[in-house]
Write a protein that binds this ligand. Structure first.
Ligand code: NAD
Length: 340
């Protein structure tokens, strides 16, 4: 039987290169599309070449003609659309570039699928930022961590959308197009509203990918700026768990079509910024220099995903324990000093 074909946009990025390896190893015929704008992507591609077979298209999702030709010629069974401008802070500095990459880029991908192969399973990497500040979720400080008072299972998909920041708007617009193209044109498309994802091959920077960034900054002996008091809590999800969720979704197009899913570590896999600093200090055997600054706009004291819908519909739960997963990431950072 011929292998199934998957197109992974942003496939040279952190989640994308891990996804390309994952699907390649499972006998999918993988095409990676990326404009290589993110630092570390060349290195990710080089690594991927040793791991699995894949085709590479250097292309930009903002360019309709390029997207059309790749989608029409590829006739993919599934599209994993990860290519994006990924940092909130960058979106505030240049909202047009953010809009073009995220809203227009996603529209180009979706519209190509609509015209050339509407039965393609389309997974869009959306974000928890579509929920904004969630002012109705009350929090309380207990010890060194904030906790929810009235969201025991975390934030569910029924939370009202309330985009905050250009990034929230561009991703949120794309998220709504994805769900609507499923309803109107019957594309089996879904939006995965991802929380904090971490893992190896993540070239974290101060503005995005905080778990990897803290590890890299610790390795390099750089001062880490904590925006807020560091007691803010996030659910964290290892990239391997995310990839299993992607695969489960691709295998169940009828269940995911037109649905949004909150995808994160959930209430069991949570960490405050200071928890991570504590882990790093143990691993590196020294104090990590910290500087405290004001809260960033839109930053929540707590964000934890309610992941029960994904479990209910696809039988998915995260398997990787956060402490073990983060230790593995720290080891990777230590062993790859020359990359940073
Ligand atoms: N990592 C997280 O914690 C997280 C959380 C929520 C959502 N997401 C979403 O998941 C996706 C993957 O995130 P990541 O952490 O792997 O980010 P990443 O920056 O490592 O990967 C994104 C990739 O897209 C490429 N790219 C950017 N603009 C492009 C364009 N116009 N055309 C083609 N390629 C382009 C970049 O070169 C990069 O390789 C993104 O859509 C992101 O918004 C990530």
């Amino acid at each position: 039987m011929a292998s199934k074909k998957i197109l992974i946009t942003g496939g040279a990025g952190f989640v994308g290169c891990n996804a390309a390896k994952y699907f390649g190893e499972r006998n999918w015929n993988v095409t990676v599309l990326d404009n290589l704008s993110r630092t570390g992507t060349e290195n990710n591609l080089q690594w991927l070449r040793d791991e699995t077979a894949f085709d590479f298209a250097k292309a930009d999702v903002r360019e309709r003609a390029a997207v059309d030709s790749i989608v029409s010629e590829g006739r993919f069974d599934a599209v994993l659309h990860l290519a994006a401008q990924v940092a909130v802070t960058t979106s505030v500095i240049d909202p047009r570039a953010d809009f073009e990459a995220n809203a227009l880029g996603t529209f180009n991908m979706l519209d190509a699928v609509r015209r050339y192969r509407p039965d393609t399973v389309f997974i869009f990497a959306s974000t928890n930022k579509v929920y904004g500040k969630i002012v109705t979720a009350e929090t309380v400080l207990r010890g060194s961590r904030y906790e929810y008072v009235n969201r025991p299972h975390g934030i569910s998909e029924s939370e009202p959308l309330d985009f905050l920041s250009p990034y929230g708007c561009s991703k949120g617009a794309a998220d709504q197009y994805v769900l609507d193209f499923s309803r109107i044109y019957g594309i089996p498309a879904t939006a995965f509203r991802q929380s904090c994802i971490y893992g190896t091959r993540q070239f974290g920077v101060e503005d995005q990918g905080w778990v990897a960034w803290f590890a890299i900054a610790s390795l390099l002996g750089r001062e880490i700026t904590i925006f807020g008091d560091g007691k803010q809590v996030r659910d964290v999800l290892h990239v391997d768990d995310l990839l299993q969720a992607y695969e489960a979704a691709i295998r169940a197009p009828d269940k995911i079509a037109g649905e949004a899913f909150n995808v994160g570590g959930g209430p069991k896999q949570v960490m405050s910024l200071l928890d991570l600093i504590g882990m790093l200090e143990k691993k590196f055997g020294r104090k990590i220099p910290l500087k405290f600054d004001g809260w960033r706009p839109g930053d929540q004291q707590v964000y934890i995903s309610d992941i029960r819908k994904l479990d209910r519909l696809l039988g998915w739960k995260p398997e990787k324990d956060a402490a073990a997963g983060v230790s593995q990431l720290i080891e990777w950072v230590k062993q790859n000093r020359s990359l940073f």
